[in-house]
Design a protein around this ligand. Sequence first.
Ligand SMILES: [Fe+2]
Ligand SMILES: [Fe+2]
Length: 310
Amino acid sequence: MALTTSPKKRSDLLCELAPDVERLYNRHLEAPRLWYPHEQINWGDGENFADSPWEPSQYPLNEGVRSAIYVNLLTEDNLPYYTHTLLSHAPTGHAILDWNHQWTMEENRHAMVMRDWVHISRCIDPTLLEDGRRVQMKKGEVPQPADMAELIAYVSFQERATQIAHRNTGAKLPKDDKIGRNVLALIAGDETKHFLFYRDLTLAAFAIDPSTMMIAVAKQVRDFAMPGTGIPSFTRHAVRIAREGIYGLQQYLRDVLEPVLGLWDLDHLVGLSAEAEKARQDLSEFVAKLGEGVERMTQKAARVTPALST
Ligand SMILES: [Fe+2]
Ligand SMILES: [Fe+2]
């Protein structure tokens, strides 16, 4: 008879994860990414908006790419609320608290450097951006995972998703905007390191309590959405971003879910409770259905594209 591990209480899991948090935090610190936001910008390219109001023609760009810059930057702006959520799961004296402070320090430079580049390059409308920032930040809306198991699963997916979104947005910028491409690559590099921390912390949590983690991961995969529900006209922007091939269901499946779930090797987990077995089955069916949907979308796009290009 297979042994079934009983799900642990939230506090037990966090307590047992402490050595892994310390190990992964130390690994993170051993490969520091020291870069200065002020050094990334060519300040002499800037102009006063009072003398030269913003016009789209100053930086020609597809609307999907503009939407991606707008949503990605506003998401970075929402950092105080992400930090607040993370800290609410971090008891005093636990290594996760030190990690959260490091994470916040690194995340904070993303909005700074992006906004500097946006204002100097004029790639998106600065008035629309500031209006969006005010509306979003007054709401303070961010996902609220129920416990540590859900939190580390959610943040694993989110860090990977933001890495992909920044990377793909950078690739869509004009070749001669070397500063913009570099800024987004630097941010994507930070997100990669954050992703590795959470991905491997979740892996360690699977070794401690596979049933709890299986249920948490299945729930987060099913419910996951790119952060940004507080952004004005978020759905319209999300559709444009997906159409542009920057981030949508296809990227969620191929670049986020498949590599992350594959690394966690969920198919070979043993000792799951009946509820966790059901969650694993539900997850597998969900991913298969998502795959069918993405395949249908890809085929539809292939039928439409030749017609558009003629
Ligand atoms: Fe970030
Ligand atoms: Fe990050």
